[in-house]
Design a binder for this molecule. Structure first.
Ligand code: GAR
Length: 220
């Protein structure tokens, strides 16, 4: 495993709560990554102010100012290079990427999605999970591939669906899990404990004692 902290750039489009969980986790002395910048395609993104409040460099690159996706992504690439970014963490970054950008960052770009992928790719994941009647949903951290919300899975958290849940109450329960999962997954990846092998990620797990099934509703 490498000892130097990996330089991480976070991409956001909105409120940045997952970003904040990564910033907080990365403050721990032994954490294998440091957050070096926060970039947004939306200048009005709340998360930019929060990141600046944490003392981090931020840059807004408004996608509306570019004639093409490639033009926008060239500017994004330039910013990532300026900050010496080695790993990109998408945290509520709601902009489709070209295959070229995804390839340039292949196996160096992570994303968090609010479902147990490959179920419920795309938007409105919680409303669709409720409509499908699933008893467990959750969140996934994965490496980005050009197909939206797909790519080798690093880690997942399963979250129970309760009777009477609304899309909002379920989103809030999943979000709490997201805030714990993303720092964990980034740590595994940045430390080299999670290794990409083709379309899979192999994890050098410390303890298989925790590999217990989660029953919902509970058995007793
Ligand atoms: C999070 O729930 C994240 O999983 C989701 O957007 C939200 C961003 O919230 N991402 C996606 O749906 C990507 N397909 P945040 O800005 O508070 O972190």
């Amino acid at each position: 495993m490498s000892t130097a902290k990996k330089r991480v750039g976070i991409l956001i489009s909105g409120r940045g709560s997952n970003m904040m969980s990564l910033i907080a986790a990365a403050r721990a002395a032994g954490y294998p990554a440091e957050i070096v910048c926060v970039l947004s395609n939306r200048p009005e993104a709340e998360g930019l102010l929060k990141a600046a409040g944490e003392g981090l460099p931020t840059r807004a690159i408004d996608h509306k100012g570019f004639a093409s996706r490639e033009g926008f992504e060239a500017e994004l690439d330039k910013a990532l290079a300026d900050f010496g970014v080695e790993l990109v963490a998408c945290a509520g970054f709601m902009r489709k990427m070209t295959a070229g950008f995804v390839e340039r960052w292949r196996d160096r770009m992570l994303n968090i999605h609010p479902s147990l992928l490959p179920a419920f790719k795309g938007l409105d994941t919680h409303a669709r999970a409720l409509a499908a009647g699933v008893k467990l949903t959750g969140c996934t951290v994965h490496l980005v591939r050009s197909e939206v919300d797909s790519g080798p899975i690093i880690a997942q958290a399963a979250v129970p669906v309760l009777d009477g849940d609304t899309a909002e109450s379920l989103a809030a329960r999943v979000l709490e899990a997201e805030h714990r999962l993303y720092p964990h997954a980034l740590s595994l990846f940045a430390s080299g404990a999670a290794l990409v092998s083709g379309d899979m990620v192999n994890i050098r797990q410390a303890s298989i004692n925790q590999a217990k099934p989660l029953f919902w509703p509970p058995l007793e």
